[in-house]
Design a protein around this ligand. Structure first.
Ligand code: ZN
Length: 417
């Protein structure tokens, strides 16, 4: 077995790893880098017999579009639907890759390799780690993971029944450098949201990714506890719809305590009608659970609205110095650090954070999609790999001291096992 990290040995995002034998070559993830200074990959880097995608975040799968469409791409079913969901709402056609679906913990062969996908707890739903076996050698790639989300049981199971005899463990280390003022787990985030809703006299906004399903569930549960309504846009509603394939426990637009708002600026109604055949009965159901602007303005204290930073302009319409609207910022705060090029909306969000918007108050409630160091240590202890290889981290040099048994691989260097 040969291993090359094309990209990811010393950065977060842009991950692309090659595992090959004499006859077969596969890639683990093909992501877009988060940093503009990151080295681009060459065409040979991304040529292989197959690609395995760990999850639907762009820094793990953003190169799909430029890969040859004949190359088989293995991905979880929901993860694939989520990719198409984003593209549909951006007005782009579905990806034309040769997708093959796998099922959690069901091994499948690619050439002389045997791959077993391990379902992981991460902020992206339907995320996997991969065990790759060739000729008695075993490599385990974690993808992105944590042990404190709503699927923490997956992490617990991984600790009690880890893959055994692992020669190489490629483990993400996102949290090695991030100063952590995060909440310990998803339940703590739910409690914080609930505490706001309990006493609110005006609307609250939850700034979060629509694809962070754990967070939407937290928001929904907090609403239900306090008799409030979660208001989501059409895109978020369609994201939730994708989850119906695998879960009956994820809220959909038909549930109580949830309503859909159609955005006039985005011409949601026109878009929905134009794509009615794609949406099936969804649009009819969304319309019957629609909430109108007048209702929101009449009793704003009844609602929690899921919002993206790009729609932050809406918040000022609800500003009220007697009863401030609350903005619950529920994603990585690093997105608010000043950038060389940034949107008006990001600047506006930052000024809400610093308290410069009269009638609007700011609250941070977030837990990371990535495992903190203590959980990374638990995983290494459970798996007991012959060697640990840093991936998806800006601090590979800390691995030896924190976890031991490290093998440092530079981007582009080949390692023979
Ligand atoms: Zn991720």
């Amino acid at each position: 077995m040969k291993l090359t990290i094309h990209r990811g040995s010393n950065q977060i995002g842009g991950t692309c790893i090659r595992v090959s034998t004499k006859t077969t070559s596969i890639l683990l993830d093909a992501g877009l880098p988060l940093s503009e200074h990151s080295q681009p990959l060459t065409k040979t880097d991304v040529t292989a017999d197959a690609l395995l995608i760990s999850h639907s975040h762009q820094d793990h799968c953003g190169l799909l579009e430029i890969l040859p469409s004949s190359m088989p791409v293995y991905i979880g079913g929901v993860a694939r639907s989520l990719l198409d969901t984003t593209r549909l709402f951006l007005g782009k056609p579905n990806l034309a890759n040769a997708f093959r679906q796998f099922k959690a913990w069901q091994p499948f062969a690619i050439g002389d390799m045997l791959v077993t996908p391990y379902l992981m707890d991460h902020s992206a739903t339907d995320a996997y780690g991969f065990l790759v076996e060739v000729d008695g050698k075993r490599l385990f790639y974690t993808g992105d993971f944590r042990g404190h989300g709503r699927k923490s049981v997956l992490f617990d199971n991984l600790l009690t029944r880890p893959p055994t005899d692992v020669d190489l463990l490629l483990m993400e280390g996102t949290m090695l450098q991030r100063g952590n003022n995060d909440f310990p787990d998803e339940d703590a985030v739910e409690t914080a949201i609930s505490d706001v809703l309990k006493i609110q006299r005006n609307i609250s906004f939850l700034i979060s990714s629509s694809q962070n399903i754990d967070r939407i569930v937290s928001a929904y549960r907090a609403c239900k506890t306090n008799g409030k309504i979660l208001v989501i846009d059409l895109y978020s509603a369609w994201v939730l719809e994708q989850l119906r394939q695998v879960s009956q426990n994820t809220p959909t637009i038909d549930w109580a305590f949830i309503r859909v708002v159609f955005d006039k600026r985005k011409a949601d109604i026109l878009f929905a009608t134009a794509n009615r055949s794609l949406f099936g009965d969804f649009i009819g159901r969304a319309i019957s659970n629609r909430i109108k602007g007048e209702e929101l303005r009449k009793r704003p204290d009844k609602y929690l609205m899921l919002l993206k930073v790009s729609s932050v302009g809406l918040i000022s319409r609800f500003a009220n110095t007697d009863a401030p609207a609350t903005v619950i910022y529920s994603q990585w705060e690093g997105y608010l650090l000043p950038q060389p090029v940034e949107t008006k909306q990001t600047q506006s969000m930052r000024s809400i954070k610093t308290g410069d918007h009269a009638g609007v108050r700011y609250l941070y409630a977030h837990t990371s999609g990535h495992a903190p160091v203590k959980d990374l240590q638990l995983l290494v202890k459970a798996v007991k790999p012959r060697h640990l290889i840093p991936i998806h981290t800006e601090f590979p040099d800390q691995y030896e001291h924190l976890f031991g048994n490290c093998l440092m691989l530079q981007d582009g260097a080949e390692y023979k096992l």
